[in-house]
Design a protein around this ligand. Structure first.
Ligand code: SAM
Length: 234
């Protein structure tokens, strides 16, 4: 049976503070000490970030737009958002991730004109409050079963004034992914498991709180799948 409640979250926090942090820092970095699978995931994830930046900028300039990057990881989305002039509030459940993101952002953004360095905070997304024009949550839902994802989506929607962008591993690729899942979480620390979400379930969770999907995107590489949805108030 799937564990619900606090269980998943504590396991995820522990993972992304320690072993998972080391592993994902490498995948999300730019050094060449990655294996073939990790490199593929790095490339896939970069495409997701690119797609999301495209979706966001298609609707107009981001200058002065407030954006919440929930589960920001090492800041790979927060940094390009800030470069486009967005006022970014970035947070993550893992203190290791937040401090890595903070130093990456400083390195990339300090001294640049018209750029505000994102405000970083250690927080799980369920504890975030405030209002943002746009809320983005990339590749976080994969760590939670649908039973938890519904509440996470409802909370993220409550923070957003105009736009909510989510990415998740789509269930369509379930059988494909099953074959590869061992490679996604290799080594002794198989502490976290991956949950796939059906697009219909995500859509239903959004509808329940009065939101509808406006745009959809999909990123696939050999080992990486991510469905992107942009939702607005219905
Ligand atoms: N969004 C980032 C990106 O796309 O570059 C990072 C994606 S990474 C696969 C998942 C991140 O979600 C990790 O940094 C993890 O610590 C964070 N995370 C997991 N559960 C969370 C939660 N409940 N609240 C906030 N962050 C969470």
């Amino acid at each position: 049976a799937e564990e619900v409640g606090g269980g998943d979250k504590e396991v995820v926090r522990e993972y992304f503070t320690n072993d998972g942090f080391q592993r994902w820092k490498k995948i999300y970095g730019d050094t060449d000490d990655v294996n073939k699978v990790q490199l593929d995931i790095r490339i896939g994830h970069a495409k997701t970030v690119e797609n999301v930046m495209q979706m966001l900028t298609d609707e107009g300039s981001l200058r002065g737009v407030t954006v919440c990057d929930a589960g920001c990881g090492t800041g790979l989305l927060s940094i390009p958002l800030a470069k486009e002039g967005a006022i970014v509030s970035a947070s993550d459940i893992s203190a290791s991730m937040v401090s890595e993101a903070q130093s990456k952002a400083k390195e990339a953004l300090q001294g640049k004109d018209d750029v505000q360095i994102p405000k970083f905070e250690v927080s799980d997304l369920e504890s975030l409050n405030g209002k943002y024009d746009t809320v983005v949550c990339l590749d976080v839902l994969i760590h939670y079963p649908q039973s938890k994802a519904d509440g996470m989506i409802a909370h993220l929607a409550s923070l957003a004034e105009n736009r909510l962008i989510l990415s998740f591993a789509p269930k369509t690729f379930y059988y494909d992914l099953l074959k590869r899942i061992g490679e996604l979480f290799p080594g002794p620390s198989k502490a976290t498991r991956a949950y796939l979400h059906s697009e219909a379930d995500i859509e239903r969770a959004l509808q329940k709180v009065g939101w509808k999907i406006r745009k959809r995107g999909l990123t696939t590489t050999q080992f990486y799948f991510s469905r992107i949805v942009e939702a607005v108030r219905a």
